[in-house]
Design a protein. Structure first.
Length: 118
């Protein structure tokens, strides 16, 4: 029961992040893209830039901040998944000449947005 509840909580927070980004003018392309290397929570566009978004959530800061979960290993994994995404979808690679990796960190009700985290 706890695993299912945590999964749903994660999806709810990804939806919050997605709506937050849409309100800021980004356009949704895809959610929860997976390949053998990992997962991208949200894929969006920002003008001529494709944006891969990692969402991190913590209900409180008793066990640290959500930003602390974005270490170099995690950022490298996201970059690799994004590069495979671009290789498998050449039409997006043609449409978007550049890409970046952003993070949405949610602590309780507060949302913090970081552009170009790696």
């Amino acid at each position: 029961m706890t695993k299912q509840r945590n999964y749903q909580k994660g999806r709810d927070q990804e939806n919050r992040a997605k709506e937050f980004l849409i309100e800021r003018g980004l356009e949704l392309i895809e959610t929860n893209y997976k390949n053998k290397l990992g997962e991208i929570d949200v894929v969006m566009s920002d003008g001529d830039c494709l944006v891969f978004v990692e969402v991190k959530y913590k209900a409180n800061d008793l066990m640290g901040l959500p930003e602390e979960m974005l270490d170099q290993k995690k950022l490298l994994q996201i970059r690799r998944v994004a590069e495979v995404y671009l290789m498998t979808l050449p039409e997006l690679r043609q449409k978007f000449k550049k890409y970046r990796i952003d993070a949405v960190c949610i602590l309780g009700r507060e949302i913090r947005y970081y552009k170009n985290v790696c």
